[in-house]
Design a protein around this ligand. Structure first.
Ligand SMILES: Cc1cc2nc3c(=O)[nH]c(=O)nc-3n(C[C@H](O)[C@H](O)[C@H](O)COP(=O)(O)OP(=O)(O)OC[C@H]3O[C@@H](n4cnc5c(N)ncnc54)[C@H](O)[C@@H]3O)c2cc1C
Length: 466
């Protein structure tokens, strides 16, 4: 089909205003937050209803047009980089919270609802939606489900998959599939929601999401533990978990990241320490006091310099906002920022921190490390300039070395950022060729024309152009 005919059909379906074809629009949707080559799509469409979304999917199937769905485009793995012969479908106008049920504690939302908007609406009702990616101010719930996003509360509260009760999505053919329910328990039929969560737009187009909500914890305490060396901080993480204390958050920042964040946010972080842990415990007030006491004792035993407890809600929010700005703060320092999320069993955090330091030295690259240490999920962030070919080659080698180190420690390539294009060449290192070809059989069975976000996740022969 010619590009002209495709655009004409889309305009007939959605109207002229909701089919973007101007070069500046197409460029804006040709990349995301990952460092991968951008690809200009043929057109960008903005359905306003779930029905229109289904019409676009069905049309793409009938005409074998590659289709990439895009929420906010904040993913860090190239998951929304489109196909050059394909279109991008934006979910931004499908942004309604359809139902917020406080009695049965669930919410039904469209995929374009911004994560933080739901969290705020839920909070007003005294309830809690815990998954909180650092991008929550702009990321969408559809994108969160498709990436199985985590966040700083993953340690105690889990990740997006733990809150998905049900989904509605369009199959590659454009048929509306419903799975799961509004009940806490449901085992009717295959767990299709389980298949769709984390599928990065490759198995279906999500049109409606039912999410579990939980009660707000009645009390919480936020602490900032400061360390004179990285090793003590990383050992503290392992020791807290070994003591069977599960804080709501247990975040790590190295000195390089602390300095960058403080320059960026002016939150009053101390810049004369080598590492910092941001710890929050929550729950019943007595439990909070008990766990905070245990955490402080462990920090002392592991050799902290001191611990600061947030005295007010304002102080707490300031520090957490600063933490959430870590990537943006680091990104200001060099033209290219490569953020990884290799994850290891929690007891192996000290080994992984050490491995990252060695890799930085060996390949002579600057790595700032922060992340969800309590989940074993660090974000080694390489600051570089992709235009410097010699340096970029070293960066690529360092990235692969980070993956290898994580796998050697019994970990994974990606704790929460997904595989997309960026990590697809490395996936077989972790799951093996048989698992990839099994997954490909699922993909082929469900999307025989390979229209749904082709080239993401699965590469068998070193390329996604099958
Ligand atoms: C500053 C920053 C901080 C971040 N912090 C975190 C963090 O703490 N934890 C974390 O897990 N991630 C984090 N991320 C990564 C990213 O924000 C998450 O992956 C998020 O879930 C992406 O949401 P999005 O709306 O931007 O999705 P997009 O980037 O638009 O899309 C992501 C994937 O989902 C697919 N998709 C989107 N909507 C649909 C749909 N309706 N149906 C089917 N497929 C769909 C897309 O095709 C793509 O493959 C961060 C990113 C940034 C830039």
């Amino acid at each position: 089909m010619s590009e002209k005919a495709l655009i004409k059909d889309l305009k007939t379906m959605l109207g002229n205003d909701r089919v973007l074809t101007a070069p500046e629009d197409k460029v804006a949707y040709s990349y995301d937050a990952a460092v991968v080559e951008q690809v200009i799509p043929v057109a960008v469409v903005q359905p306003e209803s779930e029905e229109e979304m289904g019409m676009v999917v069905s049309y793409c199937h009938r005409n074998s047009i590659p289709l990439t769905v895009r929420g906010a485009g904040t993913n860090l793995s190239g998951g929304t980089v489109p196909h050059e012969k394909g279109i991008v479908l934006l979910t931004g106008r499908l942004n309604k919270i359809i139902e917020l049920n406080t009695e049965d504690m669930y919410a039904v939302v469209q995929p374009g609802v911004i994560t933080a908007h739901l969290a705020k609406a839920v909070e007003k009702q005294g309830l809690f939606y815990p998954p909180d990616p650092g991008s929550q101010a702009v990321s969408t719930l559809g994108g969160n489900v498709a990436e199985n996003a985590g966040g700083i509360r993953g340690l105690k509260y889990g990740v997006t998959k733990d809150y998905v009760l049900g989904l509605e999505f369009f199959s590659a053919e454009g048929n509306l599939i419903k799975t799961g329910s509004k009940t806490v328990k449901c085992v009717s039929g295959y767990n299709l929601a389980g298949l769709l969560v984390g599928s990065e737009g490759t198995l279906g187009v999500i049109s409606r999401i039912t999410l579990k909500l939980i009660p707000q914890p009645p009390a919480r305490k936020s602490m900032m533990a400061l360390f004179a060396d990285i090793r003590s901080a990383s050992q503290t993480v392992a020791a807290i978990i070994a003591e069977k204390v599960i804080p709501a958050t247990l975040e790590f920042m190295d000195k390089f990241t602390i300095d960058a964040v403080e320059r960026f946010s002016r939150a009053g972080l101390p810049t004369d320490v080598e590492a910092m842990l941001l710890i929050e415990v929550d729950g019943h007030p007595a439990q909070v006091e008990d766990e905070a006491g245990k955490v402080e004792k462990i920090c002392r035993e592991c050799g902290f310099i001191k611990i600061r407890v947030a005295e007010s809600e304002e102080e707490r929010n300031k520090v957490w906002e600063a933490r959430r700005s870590a990537l943006s703060a680091l990104a200001k320092l060099r033209p290219t920022v490569v953020l990884e999320d290799a994850t290891v069993p929690r007891s192996k955090i000290p080994n992984m921190v050490q491995a990252i330091q060695k890799i930085a030295e060996e390949y002579d690259v600057k790595i700032g490390t922060f992340g969800h240490a309590g989940d074993g999920n660090l974000h080694p962030t390489i600051l570089t300039d992709k235009r410097n070919h010699e340096e970029w080659k070293r960066v690529e080698k360092a990235v692969e070395a980070i993956f290898d180190a994580a796998l050697k420690l019994g970990g994974t390539l990606s704790g929460e950022h997904g595989i997309g294009i960026a990590k697809a060449p490395f996936l077989s290192k972790e799951i093996g060729r048989d698992s990839i070809s099994y997954s490909m059989r699922i993909k082929r069975a469900l999307d025989s024309r390979n229209i749904l976000n082709p080239g993401k996740i699965l590469w068998l022969n070193g390329s996604y152009r099958e």
